[in-house]
Design a protein around this ligand. Structure first.
Ligand code: NAP
Ligand code: HSE
Length: 440
């Protein structure tokens, strides 16, 4: 059968990302068509509210409230799922794939939760699923892992995967801006998820880390199997302490594989990074990822991780891949259902294998013997103190103790933290941050 000369594209969702795709596909249509060798037709778009004012002009005849009708329309070759959420998104994604269509998705929550089912459906029914926009916005990290770095195994991948959190942390650090006001800005700028707790509590980063871990190691790690900590307990005092110690604070995803022990670890947490580290200096909505491959060494990727235009760039690159697939067939591409490296018999690293140095901030009664009690709890769990700073706390009669440790592990630190929190001299829940001794 000959390839179509006009490719019909259907968008399910016309919000921040969907409108960006419409805007840029319309503006750059002639150049894209000449590059891809086909006509591109933005055929239909599904929205929740037909009356909503939108920044892009779309004929009313192209709008529907029924995304399933777009996903199953026999005239549509490429379906872009840009709605968010998981239940309806799963339904329309599977419906399109079961009809052998190409689906382009920006939905990391969907992939993390239902990736195995989606890729199986694509394989079974001859559909294809592209997902460049699901991780790190405009940075082509999916293509980098799957294509450019296919020769490698990956002992370590780490980086900033959430633009909203990096924007909030940067604004708090640079402007001493209050957390709530900066979060409101991130929402207005179109960076945040509809449910912003996905961003600030670390879940969005976990969804993206799950996708990267699958690409790199061929195994689905669910957020419940990761350490997932967000940014909401970080205060301006932590930034000041970090600077005093020579660090910046970033919310990182860290994916490590110990090939000797065959252990995989995926963790999401605010991390102190040495101030000379490149990723420590990545600001605002930008994301950055360090990928260490056993063949290539360490490579770094940086760019806008959220927002309309950067995300549209990634979605349109997937549409272009879909067009090439329709024109030239499967042989032209790495099969999107095949992972790079299967993690056979690999297990999730136990807590004692997850090693790090730690930063601990305690608000304690400013009384004789308190520091000695803290030190004794840490010694009991074989956690060795590297440095101590004492600052006055905001409330009367209290002090802020900031301790850093030598290398320890998650089991020992978890036990230490529980015991410190239970001391009568500890006034607030302790804040524990990991120190990332990453030099590249
Ligand atoms: P958004 O602005 O909230 O847009 C969602 C769109 O989906 C809206 O047009 C909405 O219609 C439509 N929609 C929702 N439920 C629907 C339903 N039941 N039936 C029909 N239409 C429905 O979200 P977004 O920021 O564009 O994000 C979309 C996806 O991209 C999410 O998976 C998100 O995680 C992902 N993503 C976002 C970014 C970013 O920077 N924003 C970056 C990368 C990935 P109405 O307009 O009528 O309400
Ligand atoms: N809310 C996400 C972020 C959008 O801030 O990174 C991009 O995936």
């Amino acid at each position: 059968m000959s390839a179509p000369t006009t490719i019909n594209i259907g968008l399910c969702g016309l919000g921040t990302v969907g409108q960006g795709v419409w805007k840029h596909l319309s503006a750059n249509r002639a150049e894209l068509e000449s590059r891809l060798g086909v006509k591109l037709n933005l055929a239909r778009a599904a929205v929740r509210d037909l009356r909503k004012a939108r920044a892009v002009k779309i004929p009313a005849s192209k709008l529907t409230r029924d995304p399933l009708a777009v996903a199953t329309d026999p005239q549509i070759h490429i379906v872009c799922e840009l709605m968010g959420g998981t239940a309806l998104a799963r339904k329309i994604t599977l419906a399109a794939l079961r009809r052998g269509k190409i689906v382009v998705s920006a939905n990391k929550a969907l992939i993390c939760q239902h990736g195995a089912e989606i890729f199986a459906a694509a394989q079974q029914h001859g559909g294809h699923f592209f997902f460049e926009a699901s991780v790190a916005g405009g940075i082509p990290i999916i293509k980098a892992l799957r294509e450019g770095l296919v020769a490698n195994r990956f002992p370590r991948i780490y980086g900033i995967l959430n633009g909203t959190c990096n924007y909030i942390l940067t604004q708090m650090e640079d402007r001493d801006a209050p957390y709530a006001a900066v979060l409101a800005d991130a929402k207005r700028l179109g960076y945040a998820e509809a449910d912003e707790s996905l961003d600030v509590d670390g879940w969005d980063t976990a969804h993206k880390a799950s996708v990267l871990a699958w690409l790199a190691h061929g195994v689905w790690v669910k957020p419940a199997e990761m350490i997932v900590e967000g940014i909401s307990r970080i205060t301006p005092a932590d930034f000041k302490n970090a600077v005093t110690l020579g660090y910046g604070i970033k919310l990182l995803a860290v994916i490590t594989r110990d090939f000797k022990r065959n252990e995989l670890c995926v963790r999401i947490h605010p991390t102190l990074l040495p101030e000379g580290n490149v990723i420590a200096n990545v600001s605002g909505v930008f994301n950055a990822i360090s990928v260490t491959g056993d063949v290539v060494g360490t490579t770094l990727y940086s760019g806008r991780g959220a927002g309309q235009d950067a995300t549209a760039s990634a979605v349109i690159s997937d549409i272009a891949d879909g067009v090439a697939l329709l024109r030239f067939g499967k042989g032209a591409h790495l099969n999107s259902e095949v992972t790079t490296a299967a993690c056979k018999d690999c297990r999730l690293a136990p807590a004692e294998s997850i090693r790090s140095r730690y930063y601990l901030r305690l608000t304690v009664k400013d009384q004789p013997g308190v520091l000695a009690r803290v030190a004794s709890v840490m010694a009991k769990h074989h956690v060795s103190i590297a440095s101590v700073i004492q600052n006055p706390a905001e409330r009367a009669g209290a002090a802020s103790l900031v301790l850093t440790t030598h290398e320890s592990n998650e089991r020992a630190m978890g036990a230490t933290l529980r015991q410190l929190a239970a001391l009568s001299s500890t006034l607030d829940e302790p804040v524990l941050l990991r120190i990332g001794d990453f030099n590249d």
